[in-house]
Design a protein. Structure first.
Length: 132
């Protein structure tokens, strides 16, 4: 899998780390585009109850939209990454940078990895969303 991962880090954990780097990258710079390209294969996809996109440009647009909807928030992993074969699952939450106890959105994702360790597909599930 990825050559840049620490020896002790599993390919699943390395992919999830790049995934969160992409979700927390800043739009308006090359950082978001670079992070998406590092996390996903070119035709990679993301599907959750609110989105169904593929390709780097559309993935970056979904991420930018989430950042616009929740300014001052970042995504963080909850719990461990569990994986086998080319598939892994993990929990996450969207937390306030100012007060990490404020986490209005949470869920879990299932990813499928390509041979190079980047994400081929994400299936996202929302466990907690704002009511208003």
């Amino acid at each position: 899998m990825s050559q840049s991962q620490p020896q002790s880090q599993s390919p699943y954990a390395a992919a999830v780390a790049r995934y969160f780097e992409a979700w927390n990258a800043t739009e308006g710079t090359d950082q978001l585009a670079e992070a998406v390209a590092a996390a996903w294969v070119e035709d990679g996809s993301y599907t959750d109850p609110l989105a169904d996109v593929s390709g780097h440009a559309r993935l970056a647009a979904v991420i930018a939209g989430a950042q616009e909807q929740f300014p001052g928030f970042v995504f963080r992993q909850t719990g461990d990454v569990d994986g086998h074969h080319d598939t892994a699952r993990f929990g996450w939450e969207l937390v306030s940078v100012a007060d990490p106890a404020v986490a209005p959105v949470a869920g879990f994702d299932v990813i499928t990895l390509a041979e190079d360790g980047r994400i081929r597909s994400v299936l996202g599930f929302l466990d907690r969303v704002p009511t208003a």
